[in-house]
Ligand binder design. Structure first.
Ligand code: FAD
Length: 393
């Protein structure tokens, strides 16, 4: 116990915790904020990407000082029967640049790494070391917890950052290249040209189980790069196993994580796009909301954000149903057809889908017409909610 009482303690220095600290610094620099991360660095080992259309101007502004790679000439997708270039701008941020940006902007005393938290309550955090960090308001951003209350599957991926021996010639990101062997689940390759001789190549599959098959993923990246003629030096890599939520009891899940008077944010609180598992747009919006409401007593802030989380859950039912279709309808090898068909839709519909802001007419556009998977299977999948997600990723 240091005797000092912070205004706000943020538990977990990942994407949502870091963005909250940044938003507070900008809007309320006089507040004494501490961002407590168990790992050695803020942000872990991630690359976060997003479409420019995912963020409103305030969200764009929040992220603007973080060094990011920008592609202003749109992106490509490729399916066996359909290729397309879309004009939406794309952005990507490495966790190293996230950590460096926060270190530049936040007060030196704000960031505490290598500080695993053993417990938290409305009055502060207790570290595994026994140290107590007292605070007026506590915000829990400790990431997603698998739970039997949610149903669905997993998005499993491995990404490799390469320096190519010669310029690779790619100018736009390839967000989905599904012209690859499907291996019994929806599989695609994602490629970001980070510089004229740098690529980020990620192999992803949607699976029922959270097992990450490193050998298989690594071999597939090797084969994909060889087929494109890309050879080079390995600069880094990431892996991920993200929940693809297709149904469940949101209230029961959240009840199990509730600590009275503590505000839950990020993937832990369900601020996730159910089908893509991305959280950046929601994390940016929540960070600004919390900065605006930073004077609320802890219990009121917790209640306000819980209300937002419940609204987000209700508002994203459509994506959970699409996820159920992806996992439950048709032959696994044919599931790419769902995205192949989706990518024939108008660009604004695609943009709103990724931002989780689809309108009723967008939803109708996605669902009407000749189904990309057999009708009976699709109906069964739409009515089901999937397998429980109790397994730890
Ligand atoms: C490899 C990868 C790539 C991704 N790419 C994208 C993307 O491109 N775009 C996108 O929008 N989403 C992406 N996601 C999904 C999602 O945005 C991220 O998972 C995002 O980081 C979730 O934010 P969060 O703050 O809720 O959790 P996290 O970022 O996981 O942060 C939780 C933090 O809490 C810390 N923590 C946990 N327990 C404790 C404890 N007891 N004590 C102290 N600290 C603790 C963890 O170490 C971690 O740093 C990706 C996820 C992964 C894994």
């Amino acid at each position: 116990m240091t005797g000092r009482r912070h205004d706000i303690a943020i538990a977990g220095g990942g994407l949502s915790g870091g963005l909250i600290a940044l938003a507070l610094r900008r809007a309320r620099p006089e507040l004494d904020v501490v961002l407590v991360e168990g790992g050695a660095a803020i942000g872990g080992n991630h690359r976060w990407s997003w479409f420019a259309s995912d963020l409103d101007s305030a969200g764009t502004e929040l992220l603007s000082t973080l060094r990011q790679t920008r592609w202003d000439a749109g992106y490509d997708v490729a399916f066996p029967a359909h290729r397309r270039t879309l004009s939406t701008e794309y952005r990507s941020l490495s966790s190293a640049d996230f950590a460096a940006g926060l270190a530049r902007e936040l007060a030196a005393s704000t960031i505490r790494c290598n500080a695993p938290i053993a417990a938290l309550d409305a009055t502060g955090l207790t570290l595994e070391s026994g140290e107590r960090i007292a605070a007026r308001t506590v915000i829990d951003c400790r990431g997603f917890e698998p739970t039997p209350h949610l149903a669905g599957g997993w998005q499993v991926f491995m990404g490799r950052h390469l320096r190519t021996a010669t310029p690779h010639g790619l100018t736009r990101p390839v967000i989905m290249d599904a012209c690859v062997t499907q291996h019994g689940a929806y599989r695609f390759v994602y490629v970001l040209p980070l510089a004229h001789d740098e690529l980020f190549v990620e192999d992803t599959y949607y699976a029922d189980s959270p097992q990450l098959d490193r050998r298989a993923l690594s071999g597939r990246i090797d084969a994909y790069c060889a087929a494109q003629g890309w050879q080079g030096e390995l600069l880094g890599h990431e892996t991920g196993v993200l929940p693809v939520v297709t149904g469940g009891n949101f209230a029961a899940w959240q009840e199990g994580l509730r600590v009275p008077g503590v505000t839950r944010v990020g993937a832990r609180a369900g601020f996730v796009h159910p089908l893509t598992s991305y959280t950046l747009p929601q994390a940016a919006a929540l960070a600004r909301l919390i900065a605006q409401e930073a004077d609320l007593p802890g219990e009121q802030l917790a209640a306000l954000v819980e209300g937002e989380a419940a609204r987000h859950w209700r508002g994203t039912a459509f994506y959970r149903k699409l996820g159920a279709m992806l996992f439950g309808a048709g032959e696994p090898d044919q599931r790419y057809r769902i995205f192949e068909r989706f990518y024939r839709l108008p660009e604004p519909t695609v943009e709103r889908f990724y931002a989780a802001r689809s309108t009723i007419s967008d939803m109708a556009r996605v669902l009407v017409g000749k189904p990309p998977v057999p009708v009976l299977g699709a109906m069964r999948a739409l009515l089901a909610s999937g397998a429980p997600m109790a397994e730890r990723a």
